[in-house]
Design a protein around this ligand. Sequence first.
Ligand SMILES: Cc1cc2nc3c(=O)[nH]c(=O)nc-3n(C[C@H](O)[C@H](O)[C@H](O)COP(=O)(O)O)c2cc1C
Length: 189
Amino acid sequence: MKKVVIIFLIPLLFLLTGCKKKENKVLNDDSKVLVVYFSAQNHTEKVAQAIAQNLKADTFKVVPLSEYTDDDLDYNDSNSRVYKEHENENLRDVALVSSKVNNWEDYDLVLIGYPIWWGIAAWPLNNFVKDNDFTGKTVIPFCTSASSGLGSSGKLLSSMAGTGNWLEGKRFASNASLDEIKSWTDSLK
Ligand SMILES: Cc1cc2nc3c(=O)[nH]c(=O)nc-3n(C[C@H](O)[C@H](O)[C@H](O)COP(=O)(O)O)c2cc1C
């Protein structure tokens, strides 16, 4: 009998003493928040705008100097721009209209959004991440995708940046609902 009680009591105690999943309380009332995103087909843009609205954040859109056309994005065509960039890493050095965010130094939390391309963050974001100093900032990646998870996309960006406190990110489906986005942004508060 004693043994049976112990077997039931131990997991119960474990649960009661805080084996609960920790929530990411990364925001306080004074936090200044920026949502940076790249979006080739507008799905990530919609998610980014909803996140920014929920968190009363500013936004910065990363725009390639030469924007991607529909033909450029045809990953089934071995002659398309993305296909060639995917095949040859040297072609992924995408020039941007600008990497410079006004008052960058004021932001405490930076959320960085992108579509998943072949399992990683769409590379037009790479130069933004390399060009900016994230020292003293908390960074949270988020992505949209057809089915892939976040994978190591955030970790790869974090090593390109070399600075900043990069947290585990969040994957959304391309057409994520506003409710789903809100429950995630609420979890940060
Ligand atoms: C070049 C390319 C590669 C893609 N690779 C993947 C992939 O590996 N996994 C996936 O789930 N979706 C993939 N997708 C789908 C996009 O991640 C998805 O449609 C995303 O929401 C697009 O975001 P955007 O509209 O902001 O560009 C790919 C799309 C493109 C254009």
